[in-house]
Ligand binder design. Structure first.
Ligand code: COA
Length: 530
């Protein structure tokens, strides 16, 4: 493979000013991540400590192997939504437990009793999808008041999906282990109830379909929480619990032991590898903070792949899309990276390369920085629609795993053709400068203004220029707000916003996860329109 020779000049004004702007974006990311670390008001934290209990993140720390990374997923899901804020009431992510790659879900019982708001539930559903696709056992660290009651209408149906997915994963041979550390009421009782293994912590777990007040109302029976749903009752009488743990640490120990018995340890399939030749710090000077300014994605590739070696496919053809092979942590990957607007040749090259990667069973990495497909009479005549359709066809029917990283713009059908959320990459991460939308804010406002003007003309009314300008300015502002990385991540359009300098580390773990599963390239695709 050929080593990529960088053309970056670290002393140039453009590099330096971009570096500073990107540093600012990373600082914004750090502030958002700080928000996501919130685990409740001081009174609840103190109470928990006094009771000798651990907080949600401490439980994760204790459960993970000592040297394990923890790839937190969807940390700011819910940001900007009407709910419990960045991250909701659950911490989710992937790490090693007893040498096995697992998905971890830890309820934050110290925020609203761990009640599940809309974003938290959506987070659970996405996590479930990732676990199923990547065959990861799920470990639930349960302490939750169940449905956030004021949100009940919004979440009721999705709640059902959550239970359905636990049992569907079980059928697929992917177990769920629940350790119950506290309350798990009503709907929540089905979390341990549906799990393959349930561990209840003595004197802490309280699991029932209805608590004592509701039982009294319904049947006039007088009872207390411990005899109605405590660990002793469920472990010795009802059988809802399979193991009674003496305390929280004992519960964690039991879960680790269960994993040792049910899943073989992870075996890295990669060999010794070379780091990239160039410092990942330089990514901040390279990737444009302003998505309207183009940058050469080869420079980014050179800072994330082994030995900065990149074997480019069709380098002289369709050059607004870079395609080629490289390795990350010894795992071969096929890369598709935008280097400009998608033109017919670029779309065809992409479709061909995806077919090749399916033929040779190579996972795909999409580096999106795309304003869309080229528009205009010339391109319509050349059949830009049918060429774009071929790329979308290839992405849709490809069966090798894909990872998408949005490094800049992600607009319109370009998002689709480059394996956006709807095309189900196994993982999708974004950079803090990224934008996801139907089109750029200026274009959107401009199009609306032209339509407004035409509508006025058709009805014979004079177009109000002043009002038009005001509406335009408002639309630009709204579109800016609704396309930035924080909004997108808050809406769960990605699996997390990452510091660009950490890209290689994320990809290394994602590829470990992907190679933990068997996959096979597609045997055929839909009809390619010629
Ligand atoms: N929905 C929304 N908010 C809830 C909630 C729920 N299901 N359950 C608890 N909360 C909120 C409380 O209003 C309180 O909010 P605040 O911090 O703004 O005051 C906070 O969570 C803590 O509740 P509190 O009852 O003081 O905590 P606790 O530790 O003494 O008890 C529970 C925790 C979970 C045992 C208790 O709150 C409870 O029984 N909740 C209802 C459970 C239920 O029936 N859920 C139905 C699920 S379908």
């Amino acid at each position: 493979m050929s080593v990529y020779n960088t053309k970056i000049n670290r002393q140039s004004e453009s590099y330096r000013s971009n570096y500073e702007l990107m540093q600012g974006k990373v600082k914004e990311l750090e502030a958002k991540m700080q928000e996501a670390l919130f685990q409740g008001e001081a009174k609840y934290l103190e109470r928990t400590k006094k009771q000798g209990k651990m907080l949600a993140r401490e439980r994760i720390e204790m459960l993970l192997d000592i040297d394990s990374p923890f790839m937190e997923l969807l940390p700011i899901a819910g940001w900007g939504m009407d709910g419990f804020g960045a991250g909701g009431t659950i911490v989710t992510g992937i790490g090693f437990v007893s040498g096995r790659l697992c998905m971890l879900n830890s309820n934050i019982g110290t925020i609203k009793g761990g009640a599940i708001d809309y974003a938290t539930l959506q987070k659970g559903l996405r996590i479930s999808e990732i676990a199923l696709e990547n065959e990861l056992p799920v470990i639930n660290l349960v302490e939750s008041a169940g449905a956030n009651l004021p949100d009940q209408a919004k979440i009721f149906n999705y709640g059902g999906t959550n239970f359905r997915e636990i049992t569907r994963r079980s059928k697929a041979g992917i177990p769920t282990i629940s350790i119950v550390f506290g309350s798990s009421t009503a709907g929540g009782a089905y979390i341990p109830g549906m799990s393959d293994y349930a561990i209840f912590v003595k004197d802490e777990a309280k699991v029932f379909l209805a608590g004592p007040p509701l039982v009294k109302m319904a049947t006039n029976e007088v009872t207390d929480e411990e005899s109605l749903g405590g660990a002793k009752m469920h472990s010795s009488i009802s059988g809802v619990s399979d193991y009674m743990a003496e305390d929280e640490m004992d519960g964690i120990r039991i879960a680790r032991e269960i994993l040792e018995n049910i899943k073989t340890p992870f075996e890295a399939k990669h060999k010794q590898v070379e780091d990239p030749l160039y410092d990942p710090e330089e990514i901040l000077g390279i990737v444009s903070a302003d998505v309207r300014i183009p940058f050469d994605q080869r420079e980014l590739i050179a800072r994330i792949v082994d030995g900065s070696e990149f074997s480019e496919f069709k380098p002289l053809f369709g050059n607004t899309l870079i395609t080629g092979y490289a390795s990350i942590n010894g795992y071969r990957i096929g890369i598709l990276a935008n280097n400009g607007v998608l033109l017919p040749d670029a779309a065809n090259k992409g479709a061909q390369f995806i077919q090749l990667c399916n033929q040779n069973n190579t996972p795909l990495l999409f580096l999106q920085n795309i304003t869309g497909f080229m528009v205009g009479k010339k391109y319509e005549e050349e059949g830009i629609i049918k060429h774009g359709a071929k790329l979308i066809n290839a992405v849709s029917n490809s069966t090798v795993p894909a990872i998408t990283i949005i490094t800049g713009a992600s607009y319109g059908a370009g998002n689709y053709a480059m394996c956006g959320r709807a095309y189900k990459p196994r993982f999708l991460f974004t950079y803090p400068n990224s934008r996801i939308a139907v089109m750029g804010p200026d274009q959107l406002a401009g199009v609306m203004q032209i339509i407004g003007r035409q509508a006025a003309e058709k009805s014979g009314i004079a177009y109000d220029e002043e009002q038009g300008k005001a509406v335009s300015a408002y639309m630009v502002k709204e579109a800016e707000k609704q396309s930035n990385a924080w909004y997108a991540s808050g809406q769960l359009w990605d699996d997390g916003v990452i510091d660009p300098r950490d890209t290689r580390n994320y990809l290394k773990l994602c590829l470990d996860i992907i190679h933990n599963t068997a996959f096979e390239g597609a045997q055929g695709f839909g009809v390619f329109r010629m």
